[in-house]
Ligand binder design. Structure first.
Ligand code: BES
Ligand code: MN
Ligand code: ZN
Length: 493
């Protein structure tokens, strides 16, 4: 269930909500709302901090029941850590901790005063938006493939008000971004026997039907053959699930305005193909369509916000399977651009579907092209699970995307795309090899894509490390929806 957000001007001590949320630092300094509650309850919070029953540590929280002199039956004290270290990331963490506790408690609404805390460099709108997005992300729960549960009679947490003077723009933005993130996470988490290329195409068509001003076109295999998309067709030929090329368009500006273009890798399952992957961990390759999910989620948010710009979203979707029809290592295919590629490793399939999508999108004459893809394990080695890999030859575009990531805590870190690396993609049998040898695998993948975007302002986001969390409970994060939407918001003025 999506959480309903609003603002509240109630005083914390007299709020009639079932729960109020306040903050305390680990040196026992209280936020202003916590101080008011402390004073009205004859020092209850300070006493508990001193006895150690309540902690101000970042990531901790304590629910206090029936404090004397306080109208709300519960006060949730959230730890904010060391005052000197408090920053945007810790603010988001505290908001997430509050939401984590709330969703387990037996009431449906609360008022948070965490938005009153000073966050260095951030304004009230940012605090509101970030609190709402992190709360909604905590409230999301994957249920699609469980036996439907009988409706519980227990009230479920569904509404949160923030202490703030009216700021409806920030909450509208947060709601749209949260919807985009939920969309991306749900698509990412669905199993690959459900989330096929066909399924993604239907989800895009549904999105278009439900939102005015959006058009959707789905290209089939025959269309791809006519266009000469040998890269996409080559990857898909080993699978019984036919590929789709999905095109969504939003015209929020004049007909003549050059669109922004998003392209997302939509491999619904990546076995590696004939260059098959080891079985341990292969189940994580259901997330190999998270680039597609991310650009579709960002597109949805842009449409909900009715951004005054034109936007195209192109998703090449296919399944990478071995089999008697699958492509072989050493196959040479001709891409839509006319360039030939020697497929030295069928597991380097992302770039093979993206190259045709990147050529295809140029017919819309976009002013900027941004692709998102779970492209390389090498990117995870280089940057881990925290930063998205950003590659572009356009310094201004790089800085705009880095800024959008910083602003939303959905951060990207730039890797070079120097021509020096291009020679790693040479082969004696085609214009380009699809792998670049053992060094700099994230960069050579980016270099491969660069050969299909010449003459355009283009950036590549490798989200292999950031698109999902690891482990048995691993789940899609919705990255880079926040980054992409912020980038568009900054452009739409
Ligand atoms: N989808 C994978 C990349 C990946 C691997 C993402 C692990 C997240 C976690 C991609 O298609 C792939 O297999 N890449 C190969 C490229 C190599 C064959 C040049 C890789 O990274 O090993
Ligand atoms: Mn692969
Ligand atoms: Zn892949």
């Amino acid at each position: 269930m999506t959480i309903q957000f609003s603002v509240s001007q109630d005083l914390p001590e007299t709020s009639n909500a079932p729960c109020v949320i306040v903050g305390a630092f680990d040196d026992r300094t209280l936020t202003s709302a916590a101080a008011r509650i402390d004073e009205k309850s004859a020092g209850a919070i300070k006493r508990l901090l001193e006895s150690g029953d309540v902690s101000g540590k970042i990531g901790s929280s304590s629910a206090l029941f029936a404090l004397p002199g306080i109208s709300a039956p519960r006060v949730l004290v959230v730890g904010l850590g060391e005052p000197k270290k408090f920053d945007a990331a810790r603010y988001a963490r505290a908001c997430a901790e509050a939401a984590r506790v709330l969703k387990g408690l037996p009431f449906d609404r609360a008022v948070s005063y965490l938005t009153e805390v000073d966050v260095p460099g951030k304004d009230a709108a940012w605090k509101l938006r970030t609190a709402a997005i992190t709360t909604d992300a905590q409230a999301y729960k994957y249920t699609a493939t469980f036996k439907p549960k009988e409706k519980s009679t227990k009230p479920e947490f569904g509404a949160l008000a923030f202490a703030a003077s009216a700021n409806s723009a920030a909450l509208t933005q947060a709601g749209a971004i949260a919807d985009g993130i939920r969309f991306a996470r749900e698509l990412g988490n669905l199993p690959p026997n459900i989330c096929t290329p066909h399924y993604i195409a239907e989800a895009a068509q549904k999105l278009a039907k439900e939102h005015g001003g959006v058009s959707c076109e789905v290209l089939e295999e025959a269309d791809m053959r006519k266009l000469g998309m040998g890269g996409l067709l080559g990857v898909a030929q080993g699978s019984a699930n036919p590929p789709k090329l999905i095109v969504l368009r939003w015209n929020g500006a004049g007909e003549k305005d050059r669109p922004y273009a998003f392209v997302g890798k939509g491999i619904t399952f990546d076995t590696g193909g004939i260059s098959i992957k080891p079985s341990a961990g292969m189940e994580e390759m259901k997330f190999d369509m998270c680039g597609a999910a991310g650009v579709l989620g960002a597109f949805l948010a842009a449409v909900e916000l009715k951004l005054r710009l034109n936007l195209i979203c192109v998703v090449p979707a296919a399944e990478n399977m071995p089999g008697s029809k699958a492509q072989r290592p050493s196959d040479v295919v001709t891409t839509m651009s006319g360039q030939t590629v020697e497929v030295l490793n069928t597991d380097a399939e992302g770039r093979m579907i993206l190259c045709d999508a990147l050529t295809f999108v140029q017919k819309y004459n976009p002013q900027v092209i941004i692709d998102a893809a779970t492209l390389t394990g090498a990117c995870v080695v280089a940057l881990g699970k925290h930063a998205t890999g950003l590659m572009t030859q356009d310094d201004a575009l790089a800085n705009e995307l880095i800024a959008a990531g910083e602003a939303t805590l959905d951060r990207a870190w730039r890797l070079p795309l120097w021509d020096d690396y291009q020679s790693q993609l040479e082969t004696g049998y085609a214009d380009i090899a699809n792998i670049g040898g053992k060094y700099a695998g994230a960069i050579t993948a980016g270099c491969f894509l660069a050969r299909f975007t010449e003459g355009y302002r283009w950036a590549h986001l490798d989200i292999a490390g950031t698109a999902w969390e690891e482990g048995r409970k691993g789940s899609a994060t919705g990255r880079p929806v926040s980054l992409l939407v912020q980038y568009l918001l900054d452009r739409a003025g």
